[in-house]
Design a protein around this ligand. Structure first.
Ligand SMILES: [Zn+2]
Length: 262
């Protein structure tokens, strides 16, 4: 199924239309990446889930007590530090819809994912430029992939990460999965509007992501680095220096914990 430009409808119950406070929470899930878009009351979009069960604890903390439904799961790319936690979420929550790239993946975690999605019969959409999700005044635009990547074999799945921009109240947020220089270059070449006040730093602060050119184009006031204890040297000095030189304030989830924007 090829989805062209469209507005993406969430499956909501009648009593879910009440507009409440909206917020975005960048979660401290250790070395990994997970973000909750809380669209008010009982509507949640979860973008990646870190690895392991930590995400369940966080959802318990931030979701209403009796709410066991996640309206949309977005998997930016099928690496364990993003997908592992979402597999746990699939086990314990009712997930109403999934947005992913569907790139070819044979790992154990992908097999678990496929099995759970099939068992629970969860509708999947494949991400593509131009898709939009509108809910309670929050506008999410899919900026990458440019084309449907279903079953495409990638050499480096980081560079097939879903890139999305969220406009919410006075702020805009750019989330770039684990995209590296190669994917940033593609976005710059196409001259897509990637400006945002808040940038979620890609690939946990790898030196091979978030170039100076990319940072200048995004022009964020604030950067969020989702990172935990790791052996890769994340976040790297190179990346931190780029942020400092451009006077971008930054917060690391390993030092600051969960970061809530209202
Ligand atoms: Zn990652």
């Amino acid at each position: 199924m090829l989805i062209t430009s469209n507005v993406f409808l969430l499956f909501l119950d009648d009593n879910q239309s009440k507009i409440d406070d909206v917020k975005i929470i960048f979660l401290d899930v250790g070395q990994g990446d997970a973000t909750i878009v809380d669209a008010g009351g009982s509507v949640q979009i979860l973008i990646d889930g870190g690895d392991g069960e930590k995400i369940l604890e966080k959802l318990g903390q931030y979701m209403p007590l009796l709410d066991r439904k996640i309206e949309l799961l977005i998997l930016t790319h099928p690496d364990k530090d993003h997908m592992g936690g979402l597999v746990e979420v699939l086990k314990y929550y009712e997930v109403r819809q999934i947005l992913e790239t569907g790139i070819a993946c044979e790992t154990a975690i992908c097999q678990q994912w496929d099995k759970l999605v099939e068992e629970k019969n969860i509708p999947i959409k494949y991400a593509e430029f131009g898709q939009r999700i509108n809910v309670n005044g929050i506008d999410i635009k899919i900026l990458y992939p440019f084309d449907n990547l279903k079953d495409v074999k990638m050499k480096d799945d980081n560079d097939a990460s879903i890139i999305l921009r969220i406009d919410m109240e006075d702020n805009s947020y750019l989330l770039t999965g684990d995209a590296g220089f190669v994917l940033e270059e593609k976005l710059l070449e196409k001259n897509i509007n990637i400006e945002a006040t808040i940038l979620k730093i890609a690939h946990h602060g790898s030196k091979n992501a978030t170039s100076n050119e990319f940072l200048r184009k995004v022009n964020p006031q604030t950067a969020i680095i989702p990172v935990g204890k790791n052996s890769y040297g994340h976040p790297t000095e190179e990346l931190l220096n780029r942020l400092k030189n451009l006077n971008i304030e930054f917060f690391r989830t390993d030092e600051a914990g969960d970061l809530v924007f209202e």
